[in-house]
Write a protein that binds this ligand. Structure first.
Ligand SMILES: C[S@@+](CC[C@H](N)C(=O)[O-])C[C@H]1O[C@@H](n2cnc3c(N)ncnc32)[C@H](O)[C@@H]1O
Length: 338
């Protein structure tokens, strides 16, 4: 069995457990709180690395929540003198990957472990032929200490630079994936993101399980560049449309909507309450019976008013309080009644 530690956005504990239960049949969750889940499974790291629901995932070599053994000085001296540590990395790398050693602790100055890091890297290079790349390694060995835990692990998720795209308002892929998970993906889904922007939500939906159709609409369709990456065939049907005209394109056929609409923070002249009211009028026109709408916004009170106003047509199934780029936001999972 392998131990993994994955990090995810605040509030998604239950959703994360659902994802892991589906992926790992032999799953044992040891800890799941405060945006991190520690779990044991036989599933190989390659499968865990493909889960876009996490901000980062680590294959663990050592983990501790005890004050004496979570300390970074302790973890480094344990690693240097421990055969298991080097064997673990050798097995993982198998001469193919480039690595670097990274450390972080609130209790030590930045360069405190520089020498020991160099010694570890040197040993990995000399004895096992592992390539050390300090600029753009394929993976990292992390020595991390936080207030209530410390760990040594190999990052199995993609490098951070892979996740950064040039579209500035793009929703983080982990949040987008968790919103999609909340929409209960099915083969029969006729899925729509009416504010698709960069296209991250519809693009990920096509990768997270079978579907019937996936539509992306936005008033500025040029921003949907993410969906047509080089060499990648897109299954998303893109339509340029203002949200007020959605009913011109769809007639009660949409079974799932997952979206990140404007929050009214950037657009100065926008009456956000009127905007959301019109949006729900459109949802009534284009959604099939029992359709699901998953929507993220910082406008929590306004959304509650809108739901109250539309209570004959929609009801709230779940509400998750989270954070996006340091801003409080809530995720609403809403079901159409009829
Ligand atoms: C918060 S951004 C969505 C970002 C998107 N989730 C992403 O990750 O790239 C809101 C989007 O709503 C679109 N939008 C704003 N007003 C609109 C309108 N009246 N009709 C359709 N789209 C609109 C903007 O063009 C923008 O792409």
């Amino acid at each position: 069995m392998q131990n993994y530690l994955s990090f995810y956005p605040k509030g998604f504990e239950t959703v994360v457990e659902d994802v892991l239960q589906r992926v790992c049949r032999d799953l044992k969750i040891k800890y799941n709180k405060a945006g991190r889940v520690l779990f044991e499974t036989n599933i190989r790291w390659e499968s865990i690395s493909r889960l876009s629901h996490f901000d980062a995932s680590f294959l663990l070599i050592n983990y501790s929540s005890k004050p004496e053994t979570k300390d970074l000085a302790h973890l480094f001296s344990w690693a240097e003198s421990n055969k298991t540590f080097f064997k673990f990395i050798q097995d993982y790398a198998k001469g193919k990957l480039s690595l670097r050693v990274v450390d972080s602790s609130p209790n030590y100055p930045k360069s405190h472990f520089r020498k020991v890091k160099l010694r570890v890297e040197d040993k990995l290079r000399r004895l096992y032929g592992i390539k050390i790349d300090l600029a753009h390694p394929d993976s990292e060995i992390r020595f991390i200490e936080r207030e209530d835990f410390g760990f040594v692990g190999i990052r199995v998720s993609k490098p951070p630079q892979y996740k950064r795209r040039n579209y500035r308002d793009r929703l983080r892929p982990d949040i987008a994936s968790l919103l999609i998970e909340l929409s209960e993906p099915r083969k029969s889904d006729v899925f729509l993101d009416p504010f698709s922007g960069s296209g991250i939500i519809p693009s990920l939906r096509t990768k997270l399980g079978p579907f019937h159709k996936v539509y992306a609409t936005d008033r500025y369709i040029l921003k949907t560049e993410f969906m047509v990456e080089k060499g990648e065939k897109s299954y998303v049907k893109i339509i340029q449309s203002d949200y007020k005209h959605l009913d011109k394109h769809f007639d009660k056929s949409i079974s799932k909507i997952v979206t990140d609409p404007p929050w009214g923070a950037i657009e100065t002249n926008l009456d956000i309450e009127a905007f959301y009211r019109k949006l729900f009028t459109q949802f009534i026109r284009i959604c099939a019976k029992r359709a699901l709408v998953v929507l993220i916004t910082s406008q929590v009170e306004i959304m509650k008013n809108i739901l109250d106003y539309n209570k004959e047509s929609f009801y709230l199934e779940n509400c998750i309080d989270t954070e996006v780029s340091g801003r409080e936001a809530s995720v609403f999972k809403i079901r159409k009644v009829k």
